[in-house]
Design a protein. Sequence first.
Length: 95
Amino acid sequence: MTGVQTCALPIFNQTLKPLPEPKEPFGTLKVISKYNLAAVMINDHFVGHVDEFDNAFQGLLINPGTYSVRIDLAGGQTVLSQQVTITAGKTSVVQ
């Protein structure tokens, strides 16, 4: 064959370490928005899509505390941004 190109991929010699197991207590965060496929960001970290946290059987288990919750569309537009306080054993709803 002529014109075939090869490329060398870098090899990383890194051992992945598991994160520590989450510890109770937990509260539940529900996110409700008409934008089902929008990204849910907590403290600027992607945690999933709205559709994963919006019905009676779904929610994000999270340790108690105050968090910055943001919903971003695929193009980067923020449609919601608010602080939410999670309480152990309770459900907090962002919409």
